[in-house]
Structure formats: C-alpha cells, structure tokens
Design a protein around this ligand. Structure first.
Ligand code: NAD
Ligand code: TYD
Length: 349
C-alpha cells in the first residue's frame, strides 16, 4: 500500500487528479487535503467520495502544527501538491494571501515531509505542481523550455516562483526528493467561474457582458484538464527525481479568437441565432502587468515520458461547454452561498 497525499484535491485540477488516482490505483490510499476555500468544492468528487481508498482531510496548509500532525498520523509516502491561491486577478487585489498559502503553506508541507522522511528519503517523492507563469511573458515568438529563467510578473506568479525555489532548495539542502512540473492554462469541467473560459460560458448562459481585458490580443496555451491529470500521473510514476517538466497543449490562442470560437459553439448548443453571443463581447480596462503571451515547449515530457494531449481544442471546448450546460446547479451552487450548506450537511459530526 502507498499512502499518497494530494493537496488542493477539492479544487479544479486537484479533483481530476484525485479521481484519476482513486480509480486507477485501488492499491493506493489517497488522502485529499484541502482547506475548502471559495475555490474548493467537495461536490467535485461526489462520484468517488465513498471509495474505500479515499479519505478527505479538511486542513489548512498554513497551519504548520496540524500539517505536522497529519504527516505523523497518516505517514504519507509521497505528496502531490496542488493547493494554492490560483487566480491572477485576486493576487493583484490581495497579494498577501498568495504569499501565505503559496509560499508559507508550501514550506510547511516541505518541513513536514522532511521531518517524516529524513531517516530514509529513497522511496519518497514531493511532487510540486506549478505554472508556466513563473517564466514571465514571451514576445510574439519563442517558447518556454525547462531552461527558461524565472521572471514572474504578477503576485500570483511571484508566489509560485518562490514556492518552486523552496522545493528545489529543500532538494539541494536536505536531499528531499522532488519533481516540479510547470503547466500552461488548463480548462475543462469543474473550473471555478472566475477564470476566462468558465466565466464566459456562465455569462453567455446568463446573457451577461463578456469582459475582454485590453484589446484581447493576449495569447495563452490551453490544455484540457484531464490531459494535465494524465501528465501528472506519468510524471509522478516515471519522472526523474530533481527534474522539471513543462506541460502544455501545443495550442496557442489569442483571447479574442478563443472568445469568438466559444461564442460560436455556445450559439449552436443553446440554439441561439448565429452571432448573438459575440454581441456580448465588451472590451474593458486591461489587467495591470498583463503577460502578453505564454507558450510551452512540451517536448521533454513528450520524448522522455511519451505524454501528449489527447484532445483537440475544439473537442475539449465542446466537452467543457456540455459539462457546464449539464451542470447548471453546480454553477449556481458555486456562485451562491449554497455550497457552504452542502459542506455543513455532508460533514456534520
Ligand atoms: P483552484 O483554485 O481551483 O484550487 C485550489 C485548491 O486549493 C482549492 O480546492 C482550495 O480550497 C485549496 N486551497 C487553497 N488554499 C489552501 C490552503 N491554505 N490549505 C489547503 N488547501 C487550500 O486551483 P487549480 O486551478 O486547480 O490549480 C491547482 C494547482 O495547479 C495550483 O497550484 C496552480 O498554481 C497550478 N496550476 C494551475 C493552472 C490553471 O490553469 N488552473 C495551470 C498551471 C498550474
Ligand atoms: P485567466 O483565465 O485568469 O488565466 P491567467 O491569467 O492565469 O492566464 O485569464 C486568461 C486570459 O484571459 C488572460 O490573458 C486574461 C484574460 N481575461 C479576460 O480578458 N477577461 C476576464 O474576465 C478574465 C478572467 C481573463
């Protein structure tokens, strides 16, 4: 039996990683540790919550004592660390909470792992999930490789960059076995409707304006979330210790082109006149420090581990829209206070 701690498993990417591991590895005990912030939602895991190899632990990674206690109690063999404050716009209005969770929280986990594993590091792994945003911005050409220097521009990316450095430093200083992967923008089911794609799907459903920042000529490299989860699975099992892997979709889109594609698909799926969703596009004030372009060179994970995305963007976007249209109650719950009630009822002891 392997005891695997997944942090942030009630969030968007974490819930897909938890589901994959619980279903694919019945011999592993999967512990999902999450503070259930506004972004964490146990409804994301309804389908596996009673699985015999799954345990939910409500805890805050900022609370060093409870993190130490949980490591001593459950004796985790490995960690896949996703818990974070993850939204750039929130980091601009509240940088300190990003510093706390993304940096202090990560160091609390590193300390607990080091203390538990220090007698024999060999069969353990601290796998840290990071972002391509640590590399800063690209111009019109070029790609981020694993050798690109860190140059973060937002409080979010600065906090993630710092956490990556701490993970690497614990590897060098104490010998803690680690892997880091840096992924591009994810999209798919269960993403909180504050990020571009789910926000715009929700606004189109509700016929609300689609606020495009600046001129919309910003470029992101989009990856379907389940393809990210598959990459995490492969990297966890086959990645070499002390290595970094870039994960991306080979799929660059200017925001305005993406939004137009989304509008067209939504018109079809909602049986609305062609062009009606596009009329909701509204150009608004730009995000401060807005990175122009992200694009990943994912050739290392492709050649070393044999990973590549399984879906085209049109397929992934279509599946994503279908999921939101079939889960309007999920959308309503996360955009109202109802989720808090769900948690209280589910975990009243
Ligand atoms: P998310 O915001 O959807 O989920 C984050 C989860 O972490 C939530 O369940 C939340 O409750 C939990 N959490 C937050 N603070 C916590 C704390 N103090 N203690 C315990 N749990 C806490 O984020 P996501 O989009 O799923 O991202 C997951 C990870 O992947 C993050 O580390 C993020 O930086 C990274 N990442 C995200 C993307 C993306 O496009 N979303 C791309 C690359 C990397
Ligand atoms: P977002 O989904 O917040 O991800 P990130 O900032 O991590 O890339 O934003 C994706 C792109 O969409 C980014 O260039 C900002 C832009 N954007 C808008 O134009 N309007 C919006 O309302 C949001 C949330 C994002």
């Amino acid at each position: 039996m392997k005891n695997i701690l997944i942090t942030g498993g009630a969030g968007f990417i974490g819930s897909h990683v938890v589901r994959l591991f619980v279903n694919k590895y019945p011999d592993y005990l999967i512990y999902n540790l999450d503070a259930l912030t506004y972004a964490g939602n146990l409804e994301n895991l309804n389908d596996i919550e009673n699985a015999p190899n799954y345990t939910f632990l409500k805890a805050d990674i900022n609370d060093a004592n409870s993190i130490q206690d949980l490591f001593q109690k459950y004796r985790f063999d490995s960690v896949i660390h996703l818990a974070a404050e993850s939204h750039v716009d929130r980091s601009i209005t509240d940088p300190l909470s990003f510093l706390k969770t993304n940096i202090f929280g990560t160091v609390n986990l590193l300390n607990a792992a080091k203390d538990l594993w220090k007698e024999n590091f060999s069969s353990h792994l601290f796998y840290h999930i990071s972002t391509d945003e640590v590399y800063g911005t690209l111009g019109e050409t070029g790609l981020f490789t694993e050798k690109t220097g860190y140059d973060p521009n937002s409080p979010y990316s600065a906090s993630k960059a710092s956490s990556d450095h701490f993970v690497r430093a614990y590897g060098e200083t104490y010998g803690l076995p680690y892997i880091i992967s840096n992924c591009s923008n994810n999209y798919g089911p269960n993403q909180f409707p504050e990020k571009l794609i789910p926000l715009f799907i929700n606004n189109i459903i509700e016929k609300k304006p689609l606020p495009v920042y600046g001129d919309g000529n910003y470029t992101r490299d989009w990856l379907y979330v389940i393809d990210h989860a598959t990459a995490i699975d492969l990297t966890f099992h086959k990645g070499k210790i002390k290595e970094t892997f870039n994960i991306g979709g080979f799929n660059e889109w200017k925001n305005i082109d993406l939004v137009k594609l989304l509008c067209g698909l939504m018109d079809e799926k909602l049986n609305r006149p062609k062009g009606s969703s596009e009329q909701l596009i509204t150009f608004v004030k730009d995000r401060p420090g807005h990175d122009l372009r992200y694009a990943i060179d994912a050739s290392k994970i492709n050649t070393q581990l044999g990973w590549k995305p399984s879906l085209t963007f049109e397929e992934g976007l279509s599946k994503t829209i279908d999921w939101y249209l079939n889960n309007t109650s999920w959308l309503k719950n996360v955009t109202s206070g109802a989720y808090q009630e769900y948690y209280k009822n589910q975990y009243k002891k």
